[in-house]
Structure formats: structure tokens, C-alpha cells
Write a protein that binds this ligand. Structure first.
Ligand SMILES: [Zn+2]
Ligand SMILES: [Zn+2]
Length: 400
């Protein structure tokens, strides 16, 4: 696994003259304010704001435990700018619970729902549910909280033979189901959707494409991959995304509360960092189409090397604060963002906390080169035992 490597030439240090420079206020994405909101303050990069999006959530309208309104409230306090509501198209076991709860009103004559067509085609009746209710309800409450909602659906077939895929930016979920998953993709695409390949290693022994995936990828039906699902990282997907020009995403796949999955364990919520001009559904769609995304999970940022470098350079200021008589320089490194960085220089590790300055001494004529241990940009090697992701991957308490 290759981490991002940044060479900070000393020549550039001379340009920075303050110990702890602050970005001008208009360069900081402050987002919506609330003392309780878990903000992640990130700099503007190349004129883009960085928004936090969760492109994968569930509600009580499929197999989740929260109503759409609660999902929106939770997203607000988690610091999300935008979330996709992506209930399963073919697997909605909560419908039976609703029916069981209401059958008294119908004198027990409620017709059995065909809500468990997971892995199977729907029966002749098709799907007997208005599948647009969840995202519409979320959209209504999203306006109150300033959280934008992407209408979506998770096309959920057998994990080995087909897999799960989020159709994002759909217009009418009711028109997407088809017994053949590829035809479902095409129906979503006709509505202008982007298709994300979800949790590509979930319940699979390999991350290689199966026959179905080879076909739909080759047909250009896939736009992005969920490189991190909750805490499950699929490092080989980085190369796939780079080779095939796909966006990289991090999603919670939240079924229960994110408080149980993230806050209670001291982590910010897994998300996709979207580089966009404004916080709107259209601008986020444009950013995903142009592949301007990074995945965030548990303090790690994953994605294209250029984007990672630009984010790091915009987040960190470096300046020379003193030079000794022998020519040794004292260099101050200041992190102006909410993401802590772990920098390795030779054998030493420097932890650069959020909004913290640290100093190092540099001998004359020496450059400083860092490996940024929590930025991941390629899959040349598998993660090894000392990396945080190793621990995370061993953690069975995923956010589901
Ligand atoms: Zn899934
Ligand atoms: Zn899901």
C-alpha cells in the first residue's frame, strides 16, 4: 500500500513567514453552525469547497431502523452536507412489520407483501410499494436542517453473482425494478442516475469482477465504487477506480444509528469528500461525474494522488521560524484543518493534530520529505499489520 508522499522543498518555506498563519475566513468551509454538529473544517482546494456526503443510507422503508426524518437529523449532527437515501429495491422486510401493525384496521385482510424478493425476481404483481416515499420524506426534512438529499435506491442482488449497487440521482424509484439487474441499471441511467458499486468485497472471497460485473463495467454502466463501506476498506478498488476513471466513495451503509457506529467509538462518520462549487444536488452530481471525490474513514483519506496532495497542501502551512548559527532551521508545520495527519520522516512519526503546530529541526541543505501515513493512493501492497486500517478491518463492530 502506497501512501501519499510529499516533498516540501525548503525554498517554498521562505514564502511562508508566519508561524501559525490562518486561512482567510472565506477560504474555510465552515458549513452549517451548531455547537453539537460534528464539523470537519477543510480548506478550499482549487476553488472548490469540500462537502461531506454519505452516498449510502437506509431507513425503515427497507431494512433500516430509522425513519427518514431521523436519518436527516442524524446527518445534520454528524456534519453531513448531503446524504443519499438508498433503501433496498428488492429487500424490504420492514414492510411486513408495518402490515402486521396495521392489519387490525383491515380486519386481517391485508394482502401479503412481496417484500422479500432479494435474489429473486418480483412476482407478477411487481413491487407493491411506493418506493419514492423514503427520499421524499427525507427531502422534506432536509430543507429544515440544510441537509441536501440525493434520491437513490440500492439494487441488491446476490452478493456473489451480481452484488449491490446504488443508483444515485434517480427521479422515480418505482420505475427501476427489472428481474435482470443490468436492465435495472439501464432504467436508472435513463433517469440520469450515476451507479455506484457498493461494498465490493462484502460476502465475497475475492474483489475480482464476476461475470456480471465484467459485463456492466465494460458497458460503461458503473460510475463509482464504494472503496470504504463503514470500516470495511477494499484497497484494490483504488487501482480499479484510477484505471477505469471511476469516483471513489466512502459510505456508512447505515441501518442503525451512526452514534453507535461512529461517535461512540470516537470516530467521525465515514463519508465521501466531494470537491464542488456549491452544496447542491446538481453540483455534487457534477463533482461525482468529474471524479472529484475522496473517501474518508476513521481518520484516513483515500483517493487520487493529485487530489490528496492538493488537499494536504491547502490544509498545512510550513514556515521557517528560526535559523541557527550552524544553519539548522526550525520549521513550523501547522495543520489548519480538522483532519489530523500522521507524517513519517525517516524513522520518526510526527502526529500533526487538528489546528496544531509542531516544529522540527532541519539540517542545512536538507529537504523534508514526508510519507502521510493516513492518506492512501494506490494498492501496490496490501496493508500491513502496523497500519491503523489493519485494526479497523479486524473490528467486527461495523456500523450496521
Ligand atoms: Zn448492500
Ligand atoms: Zn446498503
Amino acid at each position: 500500500m502506497k501512501r501519499i508522499f510529499v516533498l516540501l522543498a525548503l525554498a517554498s518555506f521562505a514564502l511562508a513567514n508566519a508561524v501559525a498563519q490562518k486561512l482567510p475566513a472565506d477560504k474555510i468551509n465552515l458549513g452549517k453552525r451548531s455547537k453539537q454538529r460534528a464539523e470537519m473544517i477543510l480548506p478550499q482546494v482549487n476553488g472548490y469547497n469540500i462537502y461531506r456526503a454519505d452516498l449510502h443510507t437506509h431507513t425503515i422503508y427497507s431494512d433500516g431502523y430509522l425513519a427518514p426524518r431521523a436519518r436527516v437529523e442524524e446527518a445534520y449532527y454528524d456534519g453531513m452536507d448531503i446524504i443519499a437515501i438508498t433503501d433496498h429495491l428488492e429487500y424490504r422486510p420492514n414492510e411486513q412489520r408495518f402490515l402486521d401493525a396495521t392489519c387490525g384496521y383491515h380486519k386481517g385482510k391485508v394482502e401479503a407483501a412481496n417484500h422479500l424478493i432479494h435474489r429473486e425476481p418480483a412476482d407478477k404483481r411487481g413491487i407493491l410499494t411506493d418506493l419514492n416515499i423514503a427520499w421524499r420524506e427525507a427531502e422534506k426534512y432536509g430543507k429544515r436542517f440544510g441537509v441536501k438529499i440525493i434520491p437513490g435506491v440500492e439494487i441488491s442482488r446476490h452478493p456473489d453473482s451480481v452484488g449491490h449497487y446504488n443508483a444515485l440521482f434517480v427521479k422515480d424509484v418505482n420505475k427501476i425494478y427489472h428481474p435482470d439487474a443490468e436492465q435495472s441499471f439501464r432504467r436508472a441511467k435513463q433517469q440520469g442516475a450515476l451507479i455506484m458499486h457498493n461494498h465490493p468485497v462484502w460476502r465475497r472471497k475475492t474483489s475480482e469482477k464476476n461475470e456480471f460485473q465484467q459485463r456492466v463495467y465494460a458497458a460503461g454502466l458503473i460510475d463509482g465504487v464504494e472503496v470504504v463501506n463503514g470500516y470495511q476498506f477494499a484497497p484494490k478498488m483504488i487501482k480499479r477506480c484510477l484505471d477505469e476513471n471511476l469516483f471513489m466513495a466512502g459510505g456508512t451503509d447505515a441501518h442503525g444509528t451512526t452514534a453507535a457506529g461512529y461517535a461512540s467509538r470516537g470516530y467521525l462518520r465515514t463519508c465521501t469528500l466531494v470537491f464542488a462549487k456549491e452544496c447542491s444536488v446538481e453540483a455534487v452530481k457534477e463533482a461525482l461525474t468529474e471524479r472529484r471525490t475522496l473517501a474518508y474513514s476513521a481518520g484516513n483519506i483515500i483517493g487520487d494522488q493529485t487530489l490528496l496532495k492538493e488537499l494536504f497542501k491547502a490544509s498545512v502551512r510550513v514556515s521557517i521560524v528560526a535559523t541557527s548559527s550552524k544553519g539548522d532551521r526550525t520549521v513550523a508545520i501547522t495543520n489548519l484543518s480538522s483532519v489530523p495527519y500522521e507524517l513519517r520522516r525517516g524513522k520518526s512519526i510526527i502526529t500533526l493534530g487538528t489546528f496544531q503546530t509542531t516544529t522540527i529541526t532541519v539540517a542545512p541543505e536538507k529537504n523534508i520529505a514526508f510519507s502521510i501515513m493516513n492518506m492512501w493512493c494506490s494498492t501496490e501492497k496490501s496493508p500491513h499489520g502496523t497500519h491503523p486500517y489493519y485494526k479497523i478491518m479486524m473490528d467486527e463492530l461495523a456500523a450496521q
